[in-house]
Ligand binder design. Sequence first.
Ligand code: NAD
Length: 283
Amino acid sequence: MGFFTGKTAIVTGAGSGIGRALALALADAGCAVAITDIVQERLDSVLRELESKGTRAGGYRVDHSRREEVEAFAARFFQEWGRVDILCSNAGVGHGGWYTEMPLEDWEWVLGINLWGAIYMMHYFVPRMIEQGGGSILLTASDAGLVAMPGMTAYNASKYAVVGMGETLRIELSEHNIRVSLLCPGDIDTNIIRDGKVYLYDRKGRSAKPEIEKYYRTRGVPPEVVAEAALRGLERDRAVIVVPWIHHGPLILLRRISPQLYHALMRFALRKGIVHKMFGIQR
Ligand code: NAD
């Protein structure tokens, strides 16, 4: 029997991208899978895919930025499923824009889903996981939770916070037989840019969103690659899963060794317009 056989998993934000790939991979590995998403049609479509595999599956429409919805989901989930062995807190949104032009509402939107969504999941699920005797938690952060990128202040802040929370939980919850792993994907070809908020513009003042989308479509790797690495990482109890390593691994290492040098490099890239050129953004 494999590590995943006969276990029960939850994947949040599973209607698309990395969440969908995680849910399908967990089903293939032998888990029963409960999924959530804010978009009902996406939820229904992934649910059908899971059921066509013969997997026990359930779909729940949840807005993870709303505390009362996560609380209600937790109550309903434990009533219907009894326990969760693998909890993947993955729902999140993308955001790009210069700090000086960013409305405060954007901070609330990004942190509301990416950070508070994860906090609510931990708050309502961890006590029950302790009671049941343990389990595994996978928190989808990002490589943007390990290195700072210009034009991503709020997203960086949300993901650094998830990394901080996850690292402390990994230490504290080990006493309760709960493993915690941080998933830090690089550039992945999903709906994150299309559905996200991007306030960056090209030289003609047009939104740079289509260019950035194109970059992710052509340079990004499929979410299935992330799911495969995540399952391997869960099984091996890896603290941080950086995938694909080649995207930002070297920068992550440099940031670890010398924040000073990393910041100097990023400032240089910004000054020389390298970041702008990558995405066709106006300076
Ligand atoms: P995606 O847009 O393809 O999927 C995200 C899913 O989350 C969507 O189905 C969306 O409907 C759902 N969602 C959004 N807000 C929600 C809310 N409030 N409540 C419930 N569901 C909600 O994006 P993705 O790339 O698969 O993103 C998944 C996670 O991976 C996010 O946390 C994201 O920050 C992270 N990530 C993505 C990349 C990337 O390059 N795509 C890189 C690093 C990290």
